[in-house]
Design a protein around this ligand. Sequence first.
Ligand code: SAM
Length: 232
Amino acid sequence: MNQGYEQIGVAVTCRSFEEYVRMFDLQENELIGRLLDIAGGASSFTADAAAKGLDAYAADPRFVYDHEQLTNEAKQEIADSSAKLQRLSGKFDLSYYGSMANHRAGREASLQRFAAHYADASVRAERYLAGKLPNLPFADAQFDVVFCSHFLFLYEEQFDYAFHRHALFEMMRICKPGGCIRIYPVVTLQWKPYTYMEELLQAIRERGGSPGFFRSKLPFIPGSELGLFVNL
Ligand SMILES: C[S@@+](CC[C@H](N)C(=O)[O-])C[C@H]1O[C@@H](n2cnc3c(N)ncnc32)[C@H](O)[C@@H]1O
């Protein structure tokens, strides 16, 4: 029998700044310069970062949507995913969230902060850029830290190795020398390690990046303790 989380298409979810800090095992002094959240969806990372005075941006193909369309879709996703997670609840590690109800409440609060930020047309034009891996609308060497949460590797069944290699090279292109890329998780929706990681690490090294793994501090997905970093 298949195990894992059933998903058709790519969902739009809304994790918070605090979840990002834990998920990517970040220290305050690592959040400096220009930060980019790729596949940001309805995450409040950019809004929360702005409230802390940080210079954060997000990119996602769904940023072509207006405020109402995107927030309605994200609200529906919270309802759908909560029902699916409830059915699988025994499988997830709740040591951080405490309960599935807390997990849902956190998502709802994060979506509200995202929605308030995204509603402001000038903020939206400056901070939320419509962009789709593997080709992003940024010049070379623009960002100090580039994140990607819950898109790469997770959707291995929908995006092949060539897509992933091209996506990593694109993230390396827009990251400044001395900058860093962080991606979490490195497992698929079936909770299996990404199949082509060894090939990908080799390709990253040949392209001049220094990849490695960090230990995430956001327990939840079964068997998903690690994330990938690439130092430029
Ligand atoms: C599961 S959500 C993750 C949202 C947010 N990062 C979080 O952790 O809550 C995945 C996001 O990937 C976006 N996405 C889909 N295809 C993409 C692509 N080719 N490049 C970048 N983002 C993409 C979706 O629109 C969606 O918002």
